[in-house]
Design a protein around this ligand. Structure first.
Ligand code: DGI
Ligand code: FE
Ligand code: FE
Length: 423
C-alpha cells in the first residue's frame, strides 16, 4: 500500500512555498511520494499571464529536480477540459485501489471546499492535508471550518506544521514583469527557465527583464543567468587615478585590458561593469618596485611564497587586490578575485577570472607572445580552449627561459589540460 500526496495547483510558476508544503507533507504524513499535479486551466479562467501547460510542467520539473520522493503527474493537464479533483481522485482510486491518497491544500481551498464539485467524493477518496498559509484567518476559524467539513462530508482533515510563507505566484509574476529579482523565491532552475523563455513579461515589452542578463551559468551554481547584476562603476574616475600611477606603456596596456575584457564580457554575457573594472585595475600594483612589493606584502599580512620571494613581480596580483580595496574602494569580490588570479590563473576559474586573464594576454598593445592573431580570434570563439593554449604557451615560455614557475601556474595548467582531455 502506497501513501501518495497530491499537490494540485496551477504552478504559474511553482515557488518555494509549494515545495516546502510538499516536503512537510511528505515528512509529517510518512508519504512514499508527493505528486505535483498541474491543473488544466480552462480558457475562460485563463488570465493572460497564465503560461501554457508545457512551460508550467517544465518549471515543476526543474523545481523538483532530482528529489526522489517528488514527481510530476500530468494527468489533469493531459485530460484537458474541466478537470475536477473529485474525478481525478476517482480515476486514481480505480487505477490504484490499494493506494492511500492525501490531498494537500492551502487554507483558501479549505474555505472554498463546499463549492467544489462533489466534496463528499473527494472526502471519501482522500485525506485532506491543510497547510495554513493565509494570515487573514485565525487557527480557530480553521478548526471550525475543518469540523464543519467533517460533519458535512465526512472529510478527514489533518493539519501540517508549515511555516507561514509569504510567497505567491502572482507576486512572482508581477516582479518578473517589473524586472525585479525573484531569487530565493523560486529554485534557480525555475528562475533560469523563466528567464530563458521570457515568461511573464509585460505585453508589448520586447526587451528581456532587466534582472535577466544572459550569462553562461554553471550547472549547479545559482544561475548567474538571472542574478541581479551590479550597476556600472565610475570607470572614468579610476582611469584618471591610474594615469598618475602608471607609465605610458603600462597605462596603454591597462586600457587595452579594460577594453578587451569588456568585449569578451559582451561576447560571453558576463557583467560589463565587473569586467571593465577588473581589467582596469588588474595591474594597479605593478609600478611598485620589488622592495616595495615585498614590504607592502609584509605590511598587509600577505604570506609570500618562495616563488614570490624569488620573483616579487608575481606579487603584483595579490597586491593589486589590496590596492583595489584601499585606494580604489572596490568591494566587489568577483572583481577582486579576477585581479588576484590574473597572473597565474587558478583551477576552476570563474568566467570573469578567465576573461581578465585572457584579456591581459591578448589586448591590442601586446606584441611579444607567439600566435597572438590566432589566440585573439580564438578568444571570441572558444574561451576555454583559448585559456588552455595561453596557459600552455606561458608554461613553455617560463620553462624555456628558466624562470621559477609559481606552483599555482602549474596546477592551473594541469587542471585545464586534464579537463580538455576528458572533453
Ligand atoms: O602584469 P602583466 O605584465 O600585464 O602580465 P601578468 O600579470 O600575466 O604577469 C607577467 C608575467 O608573469 C608574464 O611574463 C607571465 C608571468 N608568469 C605567469 N605565471 C608565472 C609567471 N612568471 C613566473 N616567473 N612564474 C609563474 O608561475
Ligand atoms: Fe599583471
Ligand atoms: Fe597586465
Amino acid at each position: 500500500m502506497k501513501r501518495i500526496g497530491i499537490m494540485g495547483g496551477t504552478f504559474n510558476p511553482i515557488h518555494y512555498g509549494h515545495l516546502l508544503m510538499a516536503e512537510r507533507a511528505y515528512e509529517q504524513m510518512n508519504l512514499d511520494i508527493v505528486w505535483f499535479m498541474p491543473n488544466h486551466v480552462p480558457a475562460y479562467k485563463k488570465l493572460d499571464e497564465t503560461v501554457g501547460p508545457e512551460d508550467r510542467i517544465a518549471m515543476v520539473q526543474a523545481a523538483i529536480g532530482q528529489n526522489p520522493h517528488f514527481a510530476v503527474n500530468t494527468m489533469e493537464v493531459r485530460r484537458g477540459g474541466s478537470t475536477y479533483t473529485a474525478d481525478t481522485l476517482e480515476i486514481l482510486k480505480r487505477q490504484m485501489p490499494d493506494a492511500e491518497f492525501f490531498f494537500i491544500m492551502g487554507t483558501d481551498s479549505l474555505f472554498q471546499f463546499g463549492q467544489w464539485k462533489e466534496p463528499e467524493k473527494i472526502a471519501r477518496y482522500a485525506t485532506l492535508l491543510i497547510a495554513a498559509r493565509d494570515t487573514k484567518v485565525t487557527p480557530e476559524q480553521i478548526m471550525e471550518q475543518s469540523y464543519r467539513l467533517y460533519h458535512q462530508y465526512g472529510a478527514t482533515i489533518l493539519h501540517l506544521h508549515y511555516p507561514m510563507m509569504v510567497l505567491s505566484s502572482s507576486d512572482i509574476r508581477e516582479r518578473v514583469r517589473e524586472g525585479m529579482s525573484i531569487r530565493y523565491m523560486v529554485p534557480p532552475g525555475v528562475e533560469t527557465y523563466i528567464c530563458d523563455h521570457q515568461l511573464y513579461k509585460a505585453a508589448g515589452k520586447d526587451e528581456p527583464p532587466s534582472y535577466c542578463t544572459d550569462q553562461t551559468a554553471g550547472k549547479d551554481e545559482p544561475p548567474a543567468h538571472c542574478a541581479d547584476r551590479t550597476a556600472g562603476y565610475d570607470t572614468q574616475k579610476y582611469r584618471i587615478q591610474l594615469e598618475s600611477m602608471l607609465s605610458g606603456a603600462r597605462m596603454e596596456h591597462t586600457l587595452g585590458v579594460e577594453y578587451t575584457a569588456a568585449a569578451l564580457a559582451m561576447r560571453y554575457g558576463a557583467d560589463l561593469g565587473q569586467a571593465s573594472l577588473a581589467g582596469l585595475l588588474h595591474d594597479c600594483a605593478k609600478p611598485l618596485s620589488a622592495e616595495e612589493k615585498l614590504s607592502l606584502a609584509e605590511r598587509s599580512g600577505i604570506p609570500v611564497s618562495s616563488a614570490e620571494r624569488q620573483n616579487p613581480e608575481l606579487l603584483h596580483a595579490k597586491l593589486g587586490v589590496e590596492l583595489a580595496k584601499a585606494r580604489f574602494g572596490v568591494e566587489d569580490d568577483a572583481v577582486l578575485q579576477a585581479i588576484r588570479w590574473h597572473t597565474t590563473g587558478r583551477p576552476a576559474m570563474t568566467l570573469l577570472d578567465k576573461i581578465v586573464y585572457i584579456a591581459d594576454y591578448i589586448e591590442p598593445s601586446r606584441t611579444k607572445a607567439d600566435r597572438l592573431p590566432q589566440l585573439r580570434a580564438l578568444a571570441f570563439r572558444d574561451l576555454d580552449e583559448c585559456l588552455f593554449l595561453i596557459l600552455e604557451q606561458t608554461v613553455q615560455y617560463l620553462e624555456s627561459t628558466d624562470q621559477v614557475i609559481d606552483p599555482i601556474t602549474g596546477e592551473t595548467y594541469e587542471y585545464y589540460r586534464d579537463r580538455r582531455m576528458k572533453d
